[in-house]
Design a protein around this ligand. Structure first.
Ligand code: ADP
Length: 513
């Protein structure tokens, strides 16, 4: 099936978070299922530099741009996935973060930038961007592509549309006047269209207009229909609940795999776990902490934002420091949180270390070297870090929400006996709950080492590859194209009502991926 996958970031071309990992790996898995899936992304400088050979396939005149927009064709690096880069230098020839200026504020013309990108995606999907190819289905991701289903809804002949929500709290909200400025079709300005409390909402374009909506875990698909997680869109999501489902993200074993990872100090798998200790020592040494197997090394990798519960970590550092624990954090984001972590590192130089910034290599080394990973997220649509952690034998300590609830098997006597436990979860978003769970982990690590290893090994043996989820997307694409969505939704609901009792372990003898 011809599928256009529209995204604002894709690893290894450009990455700010999980969306890039998914955009860089799901299309590869779908290609293996024989789909002709092609990626569309803005031609940021980093993407132009990393994409390799590119050829111009068309030059489009699009509303919003005075100069023609070039469509460049190439390949997603290290894959056979065809890539279209939308080259509009006026909008995308900017270095650094694709959404933010150097001072951390949004680019003031983000609405115009991603409206232009959406128009280019519409043209591509209809066969105007590449005269040799048109899409049967357009798969859009997050608010930056929300206008694509909205604009396509105005066309009599159009491909099917799927909109995936990776994070509902980023909505692409702009003043109502932007609607006029972008010259969007008037029919789209309504409560059933792009209007959200007299503002222009890009994400509503996807949620209200796509033929089907997915989000990146079954639990988050339920959560976003409630006031606590819906950011004002819960009513619309409830209204569309028959067309809303959750499909878990997978991970790319070409990039994240302790057995082959070139970025870590020593590679290992479940049979050579002693090498994980070498990675722990390397991490400690690299971060100026005393090198020893004794302390429990707790890692954190992620954006420094309220969503991730970093403030909860900050709040418990004084108490944690009274125990044989070391904390290594890697993150970029809010300056206040960064400052608090830096202050803690100054107070406890032998126990706390923070690297403030974005560093892909360090993210891998931290996953390999830490004993446990802190993920106290307030909400987590899917989360990839807990999956990487489990695969790297690093025990997740996480809040039971969204994709974390769907991918971590909480430790208790039954799950331990059944060898399915892979992590430690808690419910309250309070420092007390996080601290108590960290201390349980410490007790397991120090006093019940055999049980600790059971968690480590069970996590490493889980199958987090895309195989299963890509098949789910493939089934959904087929249902969307053939109009038998009702059957698809029924099957999904049945699956959700009767989820597997424990997550899929790999079969004996089955290769890691
Ligand atoms: P989100 O998409 O909400 O940021 P995810 O857990 O889904 O969270 O994905 C985060 C991805 O970004 C992971 O691949 C993680 O390793 C990476 N990441 C986050 N912060 C950093 C950082 N400061 N340096 C390197 N990688 C980071």
């Amino acid at each position: 099936m011809n599928i256009l996958f529209c995204t604002s970031e894709a690893y290894p071309l450009i990455k700010t978070g999980g969306l890039a990992d998914v955009s860089g790996s799901l299309p590869k898995a779908l290609l293996q299922l024989e789909h002709d899936i092609r990626l569309a992304m803005p031609a940021y400088p980093a993407a132009l530099e990393r994409a390799g050979a590119l050829s111009e396939v068309s030059c489009l005149k699009l509303a919003g741009s005075d100069t023609p927009v070039r469509i460049l064709r190439g390949r997603l690096p290290d894959s056979e996935v065809a890539l279209y880069l939308v080259d509009a230098p006026e909008y995308f020839d900017r270095r650094g973060n694709p959404y933010l200026q150097a001072d951390g504020r949004d680019w003031p013309d983000n609405a115009a930038r991603f409206a232009l990108f959406a128009r280019a995606c519409v043209s591509l999907s209809l066969g105007e961007g590449d005269p040799t190819w048109r899409a049967k289905l357009v798969h859009c991701n997050d608010w930056q592509t929300g206008l694509v289903p909205a604009l396509l809804s105005q066309r009599a002949e159009r491909p099917a549309t799927l909109f995936t929500i990776h994070n509902l709290s980023y909505q692409g909200l702009f003043p109502a006047s932007t609607f006029e400025a972008l010259q969007l079709p008037h029919a789209l300005w309504s409560i059933d269209g792009l209007e959200f409390h007299n503002q222009l909402s890009f994400i509503k374009g996807g949620i209200a207009n796509a033929d089907h909506i997915t989000t990146v875990s079954p639990t988050y698909a339920r959560e976003i229909r409630s006031e606590a997680f819906g950011y004002g869109l819960e009513g619309l999501l409830e209204h569309r609940s028959a067309d809303l489902s959750g499909i878990l993200n997978g991970i790319d074993p070409d990039t994240w795999n302790p057995g082959t990872d070139p970025r870590i100090a020593r590679r290992y798998d479940v049979h050579t776990l002693q090498h994980k200790l070498f990675n722990k020592f390397t991490l400690q040494r690299d971060h100026g902490l005393p090198v020893s197997s004794q302390p429990l090394v707790l890692g954190y990798v992620g954006r420094l934002v309220e969503q991730k519960g970093v403030d909860l970590i900050v709040e418990i550092l004084d108490q944690l420091a009274a125990h044989p624990v070391q904390v290594v954090a890697l993150g970029a984001g809010e300056q206040a949180l960064e400052l608090q972590l830096r202050e803690a590192a100054r107070r406890y130089p032998r126990q706390v270390s923070i690297y403030a910034g974005y560093d892909e290599q360090l993210a891998h080394r931290l996953q390999a070297g830490a004993d446990a990973l802190l993920i106290p997220s307030r909400y987590e649509p899917c989360g990839l870090n807990q999956m990487y952690a489990q695969f790297y034998g690093t025990v997740p300590i996480a809040r039971r929400t969204g994709g974390l609830a769907d991918t971590i098997v909480d430790f208790n006597q039954a799950t331990l006996d059944g060898r399915s436990a892979t992590g430690l979860c808690f419910d309250d978003d309070s420092p007390e709950a996080l601290l108590a769970t960290c201390l349980s982990a410490l007790s397991l690590y120090r006093n019940h080492r055999v049980d600790w290893w059971k968690l480590v090994i069970a996590g490493m043996q889980r199958d987090f590859s895309w195989t299963d989820s890509a098949t789910r997307y493939s089934e959904l694409y087929a249902a969307l194209l053939h109009g038998d969505l009702a059957d698809y939704a029924r099957a999904l609901r049945q699956r959700e009502q009767h989820p597997p009792l424990s997550p899929r372990p790999r079969q004996a003898g089955q290769p890691l991926h």
